[in-house]
Write a protein that binds this ligand. Structure first.
Ligand code: CP3
Length: 351
């Protein structure tokens, strides 16, 4: 047998496989974005945000920008969770400073107009971006693919955008769970297919963003967060047993434990409000923890940032850990603070 040179596994993959590393691998949610001048320059070249996501040369470039500048241990595909409703045939747009706007789906009839069959062909440009980044990413950084979780994507599809109280989507889910589950089933199936296609195109890890997991009471959380996530994880593990999955049920509070135990994710993203002592004692036994620096501390920088990073490493560094924020990088973040963070994270811990 000819033995080829085996590449040393990437730090992020080692941590997600359950290894404890001396310096934690790191990346940042929304690491490509408006805080970077080179992102704003590329963004200005595209007509709109969806076009940026669907132009592989530009999307691959902005995916790599933060990794080139700071040397993160992961590149995360540049796209958006709302590209899936777009691919299903819903109208989706991003207006400057106003957030996303969708033509809301209010009932079973509107649902019938969506078509899960064309998702992969409509998202071919995103898969091409994955292929390009996969070729460019090198031996240190891993490529993360992602999608929104069915519940969170459904909130945008039904509310028509961001929401404060989630009245419309909850109304539908509580009043007529049978027909709401048709929407969730469509999302489970198309999300599984879409993530599988990302893995085939070169994604080495996938993350499910469940930004609005924290607005549901336990019974609804079980039905609309845990069950759909279980089905996606199982579907992916069936086909790609070695590809780690990270779940991020933001603001799930005391339901984090059920989520991590019942979905069997490899990594669990923690929002900034999850107490580190609790997470280290309870959640870190079941999965690699990822997080959970307050994004405002990254914006503030200085000693407040340095202290918080030391504390997080002390709390989580003794078990499998991936350093990240508890939510996305804020557009107002000074780029030099991310440079400071990169330097703090390669320093060995002093006892
Ligand atoms: O993390 C990364 O760098 C990868 C790219 C990425 C984006 N959005 C790019 C983006 C990822 C992983 C997302 C996920 C996403 N998108 C989530 C889940 C995570 C979270 O933040 O809670 C959600 C809820 C969305 C939906 C979304 N996209 C909203 C509400 C907005 C508008 C608000 C805003 O920050 O502008 C977006 C737009 C968006 N997605 C931008 C970026 C860089 C800004 C658009 C621009 O540059 O004009």
């Amino acid at each position: 047998m000819i033995t080829t040179r085996t590449s040393r596994p990437k730090p992020l993959l080692r941590a997600l496989a359950g290894e404890t590393l001396a310096t934690p691998p790191w990346w940042l949610m929304r690491q490509a974005g408006r805080y970077l001048p080179e992102y704003r320059e590329v963004r200005a070249k595209a007509q709109d945000f969806i076009e940026l996501c669907l132009t592989p040369a530009l999307a691959a470039e902005v995916t790599m920008q933060p990794v080139r500048r700071y040397g993160m241990d992961a590149a995360i595909l540049f796209s958006d969770i709302l590209i899936l409703p777009y691919a299903l045939g819903q109208s989706v747009s991003f207006r400057e400073g106003e957030g996303p706007a969708l033509d809301p789906i209010g009932n079973h009839k509107a649902l019938a107009r969506l078509d899960g069959g064309r998702v992969i062909s409509r998202l071919e440009p995103v898969l091409e971006t994955v292929r390009r980044v996969s070729a460019a990413v090198g031996v240190q950084a891993a490529l993360i693919g992602f999608a929104g979780s069915p519940w969170t994507v459904a909130t945008y599809m039904v509310e028509g955008g961001s929401s404060r109280d989630f009245q419309r989507v909850k109304n539908w889910a509580y009043r007529d769970p049978q027909s709401f589950s048709a929407l969730v089933d469509l999302l489970v199936e198309s999300t599984t297919n879409y993530l599988a296609a990302q893995i085939e195109a070169g994604a080495e890890v996938v993350q499910l963003f469940d930004t609005w997991a924290g607005v549901l009471p336990e019974a609804a959380f079980e039905r609309w967060v845990i069950e759909p996530t279980q089905r996606i994880v199982a579907g992916l593990k069936d086909r790609f047993p070695d590809c780690p999955v990270i779940g991020f049920p933001r603001a799930a509070g005391l339901l984090y434990e059920r989520y991590v135990r019942e979905t069997v994710v490899d990594g669990i993203g923690l929002d900034p409000a999850v107490p580190t002592g609790y997470a280290a004692e309870v959640l870190q036994r079941f999965a690699t923890v990822q997080g959970n620096l307050d994004p405002v501390l990254l914006m503030v920088g200085g000693p407040a940032l340095a202290d918080a990073v030391v504390r997080l490493r002390r709390e989580f560094g003794g078990r499998p850990y991936v350093f990240n924020l508890g939510h996305g990088v804020l557009p107002e973040t000074p780029p030099e603070n991310v440079g400071m963070l990169a330097r703090l994270l390669v320093e060995p811990m002093v006892a």
